[in-house]
Design a protein around this ligand. Structure first.
Ligand SMILES: Nc1nc2c(ncn2[C@@H]2O[C@H](COP(=O)(O)OP(=O)(O)OP(=O)(O)O)[C@@H](O)[C@H]2O)c(=O)[nH]1
Ligand SMILES: [Zn+2]
Length: 359
């Protein structure tokens, strides 16, 4: 490992915002192409300094690690070097450890390496449920973290994905669907291995699970990094286009309903919400106080509230949610759009519930 002082940097230190370092979480089923993507990133010629943190677990090993691999430019300013570090996570598995441990470990690393990277990519294992990991990094401002969650990138194996999904007996289906459901960006990888017909099928399957994710097709995970990084999926204060214009009320018909089947529904309503009623309803839904079989894993919305002239954004992950103020005036175009992603979602019922919160 090199000495910190020996590592030259290409990017002017002062040009880097002292503010928070974005974290993108990388997920995808076993063999989908995550490591291929990381290798691509570590060797590609981009102007970013990305620290890659791996969350790999050797079976039977008592000691679990987060491995950091980062790149920086060599003395001539053209090649790239690597250095490695290990972060030990006492609580083991990232996806079931206490919320703060992983974040703290990464923050400590950031402290040590502050001038050596300006972006963090966290690769989870192929069998990780992304929900608790996203929750862990979606930090409250009051925690004064140096990290900010940028979004979740899911790599899908275009060739095996459909097969994994189609096989009802496997646990894989549930996990695969959750990785799709939580994604902000999806890479449909190994596109070289599938026919046009299979491609179309995988696209409609993905869209029925997650109508809001941006989808890109890749071979060997090659992608313009600007398409997958800096998405600001959780901290934007501008209403995303897909909620303002592109989505029309939608309920998924492709996938048969049943346990473990995730899908997206959208609800469009006109008028202004009574904030207190809406807030109560969201708590009820997220905490399943109505005792239904439905589970909401992700919710997004662009909303008009009573007595407010600008749109509010709603973001929810698992049972956490927040309202974000925007500067965008709705100009009395009182169209609200909500997207809910989860299992056993009954669109009619949910629509009615939200309708009752309109003043
Ligand atoms: N044909 C084809 N093979 C690919 C492509 N991308 C990756 N592969 C191969 O697929 C295999 C798995 O890729 P990895 O990048 O290791 O997948 P991973 O998601 O990191 O796998 P795990 O760490 O086991 O979860 C490797 O043999 C890759 O070379 C692609 O676009 N096309
Ligand atoms: Zn891998």
């Amino acid at each position: 490992m090199e000495n910190d002082d020996d590592i030259p940097t290409l990017v002017d230190e002062t040009a880097i915002s002292p503010s928070k370092v974005p974290v993108s979480i990388l997920t995808g089923y076993l063999g989908a192409g995550k490591t291929t993507l990381l290798n691509y990133i570590l060797t590609a010629n981009h102007q970013r300094r990305i620290a890659v943190i791996l969350n790999e677990f050797a079976s039977g090993s008592a000691m679990e690690h987060l491995q950091l691999t980062s790149t920086t430019d060599d003395n001539n300013g053209n090649g790239r070097q690597r250095y490695e570090d290990w972060l030990e996570l006492r609580n083991g598995c990232l996806c079931c450890s206490v919320k703060d441990v992983g974040v703290q470990a990464i923050e400590q690393l950031l402290e040590k390496r502050r001038n050596h990277f300006d972006y963090i990519l966290l690769e989870t294992t192929g069998v990780a449920d992304p929900l608790p990991i996203v929750k862990m990094f979606w930090l409250d401002d009051e925690l004064h973290s140096d990290l900010i969650l940028d979004g979740l990138i899911t790599v899908i194996d275009a060739y095996h994905g459909l097969k994994n999904y189609a096989d009802d007996r496997h646990q894989e289906k549930a996990l695969w669907s959750r990785q799709v459901a939580m994604a902000d960006v999806i890479l449909v990888n190994k596109i070289d291995l599938v026919s046009e017909e299979e491609k179309a099928k995988i696209h409609s399957l993905i869209k029925s699970i997650n109508i809001t994710a941006q989808i890109y097709e890749t071979t060997r995970s090659c992608i313009d990094l600007s398409l997958i990084l800096d998405r600001h999926a959780y901290n934007t204060d501008t209403p995303p286009d897909y909620l303002l214009k592109n989505i029309h009320e939608h309920t998924s018909t492709l996938i048969p309903h049943g346990h473990q089947t995730l899908n997206s529904i959208t609800i469009e309503l006109n008028g202004k919400f009574d904030f207190n009623k809406l807030d109560q309803l969201i708590i009820q839904l997220l905490w399943n106080e109505q005792n239904t079989t439905q589970e909401i894993v992700r919710m997004k919305g662009v909303l008009c509230l009573h007595n407010e002239s600008t749109y509010k954004l709603l973001q929810a992950v698992g049972q956490m949610y927040e309202f974000i103020a925007t500067k965008e005036n709705h100009n009395d175009n009182l169209r609200n759009c909500l997207v809910l992603i989860g299992s056993n979602l009954n669109q009619e019922y949910l629509r009615e519930q939200f309708q009752q919160c309109i003043t």
